[in-house]
Design a protein around this ligand. Structure first.
Ligand SMILES: NC(=O)C1=CN([C@@H]2O[C@H](COP(=O)(O)OP(=O)(O)OC[C@H]3O[C@@H](n4cnc5c(N)ncnc54)[C@H](O)[C@@H]3O)[C@@H](O)[C@H]2O)C=CC1
Ligand SMILES: C[C@H](O)[C@@H]1OC(=O)[C@H](O)[C@@H]1O
Length: 254
């Protein structure tokens, strides 16, 4: 069964990692998919090629989510190409690991702007388009297990993920009357570019694996199903919810 047949799905940071897996997952479920990306044209184009190979339409729009105008541009380019927006997946994020006491101001500001301001403006732009269309919609934000727990080298990052989780709760209230559902996924540790250097430390990686009851770290594709589900009508009565997708890592205290 195809869960997103005929829908238009927008995904930020869609050329790599979790965003890319969600883009391909959405296309597999019958959606046309627009991705926002910021750096590699090649990766964005190869993602679109994969979407098109699945028989769906794809569009790549370059832009830095930290800038509010990127959000309105992304939404209007997607509407121009596909006519509407049914789903927004706010996924783009950075996590430049750094110690707390000497954290550079610019690292804090950039992380806040990309992860939190970026999500805010994208969600707002998509919601305005959905309200104009008058037939509801679904917003899924990629928060993190880090919305619930801290990290010594993530003092600038974990508040953004708690913020994204909170944004989905408030947006669910603000947008419920328009039939727009807002939910977040909270990935655990997923093997992507964002943590490649951090997990190059074999001891740290082993610790993370051993903390995970399912016995392995996540792959980007582990997020595709939960994101597609929350975006789909299967989750028609789910809003303001947060879904941990962490192999059980969070509950494993001892
Ligand atoms: N990998 C993990 O263990 C976890 C990741 N997450 C979140 O998942 C999301 C996706 O990250 P991953 O797929 O893991 O890593 P990734 O590095 O592959 O993906 C992040 C994407 O965001 C894009 N991006 C970064 N800054 C941007 C900007 N200013 N404008 C537009 N796009 C930008 C990157 O180019 C990249 O495509 C992030 O929000 C991250 O915080 C959450 C929990 C765990
Ligand atoms: C980048 C981290 O490895 C990753 O991102 C998060 O949100 C969690 O803290 C994960 O471990």
């Amino acid at each position: 069964m195809k869960l997103l047949q005929g829908k238009t799905v927008l995904i930020t940071g869609g050329s790599t990692g979790i965003g890319r897996a969600a883009a391909i997952g959405a296309a597999r479920h019958g959606a046309d998919v627009a991705i926002n990306y910021v750096s590699s044209d090649d990766k964005a184009h190869s993602c679109i090629a994969e979407i098109e190979a699945l028989g769906q339409r794809g569009l790549a729009v370059k832009g830095d989510v930290a800038l509010p105008e990127t959000a309105s541009d992304f939404v209007s380019r997607a509407v121009e190409a596909f006519g509407r927006v049914d789903v927004m997946v706010s996924n783009a994020g950075i996590c430049p690991f750094h110690s707390f006491l000497d954290m550079p101001v610019e690292t804090v500001e950039r992380t806040f702007r990309v992860n939190l301001h970026g999500a805010y403006f994208m969600v707002q732009a998509a919601a305005n388009q959905m309200v104009k269309q008058g037939s509801g919609g679904a917003i899924v934000a990629v928060s993190s297990i880090s919305a619930l727990v801290g990290g010594e080298f993530q003092t600038h990052y974990t508040p953004t993920k708690a913020g994204v989780h909170s944004l989905m709760q408030s947006a669910a209230i603000a947008l419920g009357k328009h039939g727009i559902r807002c939910n977040s996924v909270l990935p655990g540790t997923i093997l992507t570019e964002i943590n490649k250097d951090d997990l190059a430390d074999a001891e740290k990686r082993r610790y993370m694996e051993e903390r995970t009851p399912l016995g392995r770290l996540g792959q980007p594709e582990d997020l595709a199903g939960p994101i597609v589900f929350l975006a789909s009508d299967m989750a028609a009565y789910v809003t303001g919810a947060a879904l941990l997708v962490d192999g059980g890592m969070f509950v494993n205290l001892q």
